[in-house]
Design a protein around this ligand. Structure first.
Ligand code: URA
Length: 217
C-alpha cells in the first residue's frame, strides 16, 4: 500500500500568476483586489475540480446518432465551505465553476495576541452525506489555526479528507506541516508558497491582510 502525503499543487497557469501579482501589489485598490481574489478563486477551483468532480456516462442522441457522453453526477453532493471572512472573497469564483454546490459558511476570528481562532458562525450540517466533495476556500494558510479548526469540524461530520480540496492564494510552511501531520490524503491548491511568517502571524512577502483588503476595512 502506498503511503499518502499532503499534496500542494501550484498550477503553472499565467492567469493565476497574473492575479497573484495584482493581489500582492500594495498599490492595488480594494475594488481591483477583490477582482483578483475572485479570479484566483475561479482558476484555482477549476484546477482543483479536475480529478475531483464525480462524473457519469450517459448515452445522448445527437442530431445524427446516439453517442456516449460524460456529465457531472448530480447524485454526489458538492459543498463549498468559505472560511469567513476572507474566504468569501474566493467564493464567487468557486461558484462560477461549481454552480450547483451547497455553500456552508464557517466564521472564525483570530485573536491577534494568541493567534488562535474562535468560531462565531457554524452553518455546517450535523452530518455530510457519504462521498460528499468538499472544497474549502481560505486565501491565506499561515499559522494553520483556522484551517485545522475547520478540518476538525468537517471530519467530525463525516467528511473524508481524501475527497476534500483546499483552495488558497498563499500558503506557508507552518499551516502545511500541521495539515500534513493529521490529513495526509488532503490536496491544497494555491497560487504560491511563501516561506516566512512574521511575529504577528502574517505571511511575508504575502499580500497583507486579505480580509481587510477584500472588504476595504
Ligand atoms: N491572514 C491574512 O490575511 N494574511 C496573512 O498574511 C496571514 C493571515
Amino acid at each position: 500500500m502506498t503511503q499518502q502525503q499532503l499534496r500542494i499543487i501550484v498550477p503553472p497557469h499565467p492567469l493565476i500568476q497574473h492575479w497573484l501579482g495584482v493581489a500582492r501589489d500594495v498599490a492595488t485598490p480594494s475594488v481591483l483586489f477583490r477582482s483578483a481574489i475572485t479570479e484566483l478563486g475561479r482558476w484555482l477551483t477549476y484546477e482543483a475540480s479536475r480529478d475531483w468532480l464525480p462524473t457519469q456516462e450517459i448515452s445522448v442522441q445527437t442530431p445524427l446518432a446516439a453517442c456516449p457522453a460524460t456529465f457531472i453526477n448530480p447524485n454526489i453532493p458538492v459543498a463549498v465551505v468559505p472560511i469567513l471572512r476572507a474566504g468569501l472573497g474566493l467564493l464567487e469564483g468557486a461558484q462560477c465553476v461549481l454552480p450547483l454546490a451547497s455553500i456552508y459558511h464557517f466564521g472564525l476570528v483570530r485573536n491577534e495576541e494568541t493567534l488562535e481562532p474562535t468560531c462565531y458562525l457554524n452553518n455546517l450540517p450535523e452530518k455530510f452525506a457519504p462521498f460528499t466533495r468538499v472544497l474549502i476556500t481560505e486565501p491565506m494558510l499561515a499559522t494553520g489555526g483556522s484551517i485545522m479548526a475547520v478540518m476538525a469540524e468537517l471530519t467530525q461530520r463525516g467528511v473524508d479528507p481524501a475527497l476534500t480540496r483546499i483552495v488558497s492564494v498563499i500558503v506557508a510552511p507552518p499551516a502545511l506541516q500541521k495539515l500534513a501531520a493529521v490529513y495526509p490524503g488532503l490536496i491544497v491548491y494555491t497560487a504560491t508558497i511563501d516561506e516566512i511568517l512574521n511575529d504577528h502571524g502574517y505571511i511575508v512577502p504575502g499580500l497583507g491582510d486579505a480580509g481587510d483588503r477584500i472588504f476595504g476595512t
